[in-house]
Design a protein around this ligand. Structure first.
Ligand SMILES: CC(C)(COP(=O)(O)OP(=O)(O)OC[C@H]1O[C@@H](n2cnc3c(N)ncnc32)[C@H](O)[C@@H]1OP(=O)(O)O)[C@@H](O)C(=O)NCCC(=O)NCCS
Length: 169
């Protein structure tokens, strides 16, 4: 993967995930998270199938020149009717070799379109305060901080805050 930005020759596309994406998404999941973006303990819980946690229907997949480079997991936030209409992004990761090419942006735009299609009113998510890349990304896509939880997690000896962010549809 080169440093080039998307152009007519290099295209980012988004589609719904299928079972056959499992191996490619597992490989991305194994290398995408670090202490600033995720939980180091999470890597130990990863099995040999990406879709163990939730199936393809919960995922949008980004491709760069036809190669799977990332995913966004979009789910209902609440299981009861009063919370219907609030979706949550329960995971978003782009392969380190394919960053700053617009893949996450394309996934967020697709998630917004999907939310509108489903009649949702809001998309929410959690992000570590230390994850400046993701925070900037979300802000650029209209997400605002709705709440801060100071000293929420102890990661590699440092207490970090968790932020709730959301976008109204
Ligand atoms: C955060 C992440 C999803 C961004 O994916 P990406 O495909 O590289 O993002 P995009 O190319 O769509 O970037 C869009 C904008 O987001 C911001 N952004 C993305 N990465 C950034 C970085 N490393 N530093 C600063 N801003 C960044 C920029 O404003 C960027 O626009 P620009 O490239 O024109 O400056 C990716 O770095 C990643 O997978 N990180 C690890 C997992 C993670 O943190 N997931 C989110 C958990 S809440």
């Amino acid at each position: 993967m080169s440093d080039e930005r998307p152009s007519a020759d290099h295209e980012v596309t988004v589609r719904h995930a299928v079972e056959e994406d499992d191996a490619a998404l597992l490989a991305i999941e194994q290398v995408s998270w670090d202490a600033s973006s995720g939980f180091p303990s999470y890597q130990d819980t990863l099995g040999n199938t990406f879709f163990a946690r939730s199936g393809p229907e919960a995922h949008l997949v980004a491709e760069y020149d036809g190669e799977v480079v990332g995913y966004l997991r979009l789910q209902d936030k609440y299981p009861f009717p009063e919370g219907a209409g609030v979706l949550t992004i329960n995971g978003l990761a782009i392969a380190p070799t394919a960053r700053r090419l617009g893949a996450a942006s394309a996934l967020l735009e697709a998630a917004t379109a999907e939310g509108v299609l489903r009649g949702a009113r809001k998309i929410s998510l959690h992000v570590h305060s230390t994850n400046t890349a993701a925070r900037r990304l979300y802000e650029r896509h209209g997400y605002v901080v709705e709440g801060t939880h100071p000293n929420e997690f102890l990661i590699e000896g440092a207490l970090i805050a968790a932020l709730d962010m959301a976008k109204m549809l």
